[in-house]
Design a protein around this ligand. Structure first.
Ligand SMILES: [Zn+2]
Length: 271
């Protein structure tokens, strides 16, 4: 599933191809995504110029002078900039055709992605208005998180993956950040000390930033039909490393299931 770093990598990859370009047309081959693509969308954005490519949580925001496209990659979606004449593949559901002769093509085998539109401020759209703080923004503060964790019995891992606390910390990055901060994933959120919460916030920022940097090395793949976004795999300390020696201390990495998701941790490094 694309997590926040993959979405940010996508944003950075497509941005230079889109900003300042006029939309010649929107081709929708499959309207039934997670939510139905608005029927009138192709007519509404035809001829509009793209002003910016932003991101809020895992939503990409393509702001045009007609309104903002709110694009979500869902479980399996990807966006790439291609020659508009390149024939679509089976799961290529949407093309945003630009006046440059290129198109932004959306591929999504599982169709959990979505493409919606708003003419108002995007941050007030119902999908975005309730979202918590961005993990890479200055508003993501350890003291705030620590205060909100008081008395909470839910695990610290579930707590940092809760999008009411902070957005965009998915399973991989939650596991990795807890390892770096030396915190056992099953520990109750309310039992994490103020100083360890500070270490955790720093670790979350660090793993997300590093993953974005790694993705950034493969940005040119976005103009190559064979290309896919970069991946963070080689830098993972615990995720999907069950039974393998901890990269720090050599203890075998353990795995358990927590809220239907796999959690990986080192019993020696994380207490
Ligand atoms: Zn270890």
């Amino acid at each position: 599933m694309p997590e926040l770093p993959e979405v940010e990598t996508t944003r950075r990859g497509i941005e230079p191809w889109l900003v300042g370009r006029q939309i010649e047309r929107l081709i929708v081959r499959e309207w039934r995504l997670r939510w139905r693509v608005p029927r009138n969308l192709p007519a509404r954005i035809r001829g509009a110029t793209i002003r910016s490519v932003g991101r809020r949580a895992k939503y990409l925001l393509l702001t045009t002078d007609a309104g903002t496209l709110i694009w979500h990659l869902g479980m399996s979606g990807s966006l790439r900039v291609l020659d508009a004449n390149l024939p679509p593949l089976f799961h290529d559901h949407v093309d945003l055709v630009l006046d440059s002769g290129r198109c932004l093509r959306f591929n999504d085998p599982r169709r959990f992605g979505s493409l919606l539109f708003t003419t108002g401020p995007a941050e007030r759209h119902h999908l975005l208005s309730q979202l918590a703080v961005e993990p890479l923004s200055d508003e993501f503060k350890a003291d705030d998180l620590w205060r909100r964790a008081r008395g909470r019995k839910a695990s610290i891992k579930a707590f940092i993956m809760d999008s009411r606390m902070v957005v965009g910390v998915g399973n991989i990055y939650a596991s990795e950040a807890l390892f770096r901060a030396g915190i056992r994933p099953g520990l109750a959120a309310g039992r994490v000390s103020r100083s360890r919460m500070a270490a955790l916030v720093a670790a979350i920022r660090e793993v997300l930033s590093e993953a974005i940097d790694v993705g950034g090395t493969t940005l040119r793949d976005y103009v190559d039909p064979a290309g896919m976004p970069g991946y963070f795999g080689r830098r993972l300390f615990v995720y999907e490393r069950r039974g393998k020696p901890c990269r720090r201390c050599g203890t075998p990495i353990r795995q358990f299931t927590q809220g239907q998701r796999s959690t990986y941790w080192c019993p020696n490094c994380q207490r």
